[in-house]
Design a protein around this ligand. Structure first.
Ligand code: CMC
Length: 439
């Protein structure tokens, strides 16, 4: 982007839109990779028309340098680095640094970043009393949405979005405190005491300990499970302009504070078509129950008159194997091996369902491949998490992506409040009728 003009870089061609007998010329911008975009910002001013794109299937809502997805090829890059390499060789905090700062850290930068995150893992003690207000049977995502939003009531010194220092403190706080809040949401739901963070542990081990340690026993995180947890966090860290990230950007575009924006992202993520799909996928495997019942469910998924969908299949962007799903499948097997789980009926159903769907004409034709949620549910269940925690874990990991995208937006010189237009099909102007005269 050009810092002076605030225009996306390389407006090197123009495109012409013809409506009736009128032509309108618009600049076309080239990205580093991926499709070009037509800048139609002046369309309304020049023609009096809006564009119409429900679900934003053809609309780039912003310029971004963080994450790139090629859905046809099944490619996912964070700041240019393939997800496979980051998941294989890096750790989650390194990925956080990369997403926030744009480059992989040097050893000194990494040590400093780890230190800064570790210094912020505790939440204000008053937060634990805030938790007591929730019903014990509240969904942990409800608790997460509420408690993340509540951070803005506790950290007034990092809500001034015009101050770069405060923006960075808020970013570090969100990355550091989201595991603490997620673990507290879990502990509260099972009626166990909160476990304070322990800063000499790595991010994933610390989180597992906060979830599964009890005051009566020593706890040491299993390194295979900690590595799997860390990898799950890396795989979920960012995914360009998905629904929850766009929600964070839209909320932030009004100048709302970062904690409130991340709470908005959590709320959006909760839906079963987005982050709630891992919970829905596992519930569906449980409902199917036995491999023999798969054809019945596949038939329902294909039936136009039945709203049932195979959860964990399909993606708005990936029309090929989700690259995260491949890594997740491997991680899933590592976890099951480590825990000695060989004959899990859910796994049998999952493996058979994957086979059937990958060979079925309907799924092939519509390019519906298993997505990350298909395998993450099985893995998380094996690790001991209840299904209600799955979306919470997704939110924990995605926090860094949300915050990096929020920061990028705030620092974008052409940032303005997000305000889509509409195609109005309601009543035309009409006069008010007194209630006594209405039939
Ligand atoms: N099972 C059966 N049919 C499906 C499925 C599915 N899981 N997904 C899409 N279809 C069909 C759909 O009925 C439609 O058929 P037709 O063209 O005949 O009307 C066609 O495929 C295209 O579907 P769409 O709803 O227009 O596609 P979309 O891009 O709007 O939806 C999706 C993407 C992820 C919401 C959808 O595939 C879905 O609901 N999947 C199940 C939920 C799920 O696993 N979500 C997790 C996504 S990955 C995690 C994340 O990034 O949040």
């Amino acid at each position: 982007m050009d810092a002076k003009t605030g225009k996306p870089s390389n407006p090197n061609t123009t495109g012409t839109l013809t409506v009736g007998n009128k032509n309108y010329d618009f600049p076309i911008y080239k990205g580093t990779i991926g499709p070009d975009v037509v800048d139609i910002a002046k369309l309304y001013g020049e023609s009096g028309m809006f564009t119409y794109d429900p679900g934003f299937t053809s609309t780039a809502s912003c310029e971004s340098q963080i994450t790139y997805i090629d859905g046809d090829e099944g490619i996912l890059l964070y700041r240019g680095y393939p997800i496979e390499q980051l998941a294989e060789h890096g750790d989650f905090l390194e990925t956080c640094y990369l997403l926030l700062y744009g480059e992989l850290p040097t050893p000194a930068q990494k040590a400093d970043f780890d230190y800064r995150v570790n210094r912020h893992t505790m939440v204000h003690e008053q937060m634990s009393r805030f938790f007591q207000g929730f019903r014990r049977d509240a969904h942990p995502m409800a608790v997460m949405v509420g408690s993340v939003g509540a951070l803005s009531a506790f950290y007034h010194d990092s809500t001034d979005i015009s101050d770069p220092h405060q923006r960075m403190i808020a970013s570090i706080r969100m990355i550091a405190k989201s595991p603490t809040l997620a673990a507290m949401a879990y502990k509260y739901s099972v009626g166990q005491p909160f476990v304070y963070p322990k800063n000499d542990l790595d991010y994933a081990s610390n989180f597992l300990r906060m979830c599964f340690a009890v005051p009566t026993e020593e706890y040491k995180a299993n390194p295979v499970l900690a590595r799997a947890m860390d990898r799950i966090f890396i795989l979920h860290a960012d995914h360009e302009q998905n629904a929850s990230t766009s929600t964070v950007r839209l909320a932030g575009s009004s100048g709302a504070n970062p904690f409130a924006c991340i709470a908005a992202g959590c709320a959006c993520l909760w839906g079963p078509a987005h982050g709630g799909a891992n919970e829905a996928a596992l519930n569906m495997l449980g409902e199917i129950g036995r491999p023999e019942r798969i054809p019945e469910f596949v038939k329902r998924a294909k039936d136009k008159n039945d709203s049932f969908r195979l959860m964990g299949f399909g993606h708005r962007v990936y029309k090929n194997y989700d690259p995260r799903a491949k890594i997740m499948q491997k991680t899933c097997h590592e976890v099951l091996n480590e825990l000695g789980i060989k004959d899990d009926p859910l796994l049998d159903v999952a493996m058979e369902l994957e086979k059937v769907a990958l060979h079925d004409e309907y799924f092939l034709e519509k390019k519906l491949y298993p997505n990350i949620d298909f395998y993450s549910g099985i893995t998380l269940k094996a690790m001991g998490f209840p299904t209600t925690m799955f979306t919470v874990l997704f939110a924990l990991a995605r926090t860094v992506g949300w915050i990096a995208q929020w920061k990028e937006m705030i620092e974008d010189p052409k940032q303005k409040i997000g305000r889509p237009r509409q195609l109005y099909t309601g009543a035309e102007r009409r006069d008010y009728v007194e209630i006594s005269r209405r039939k």
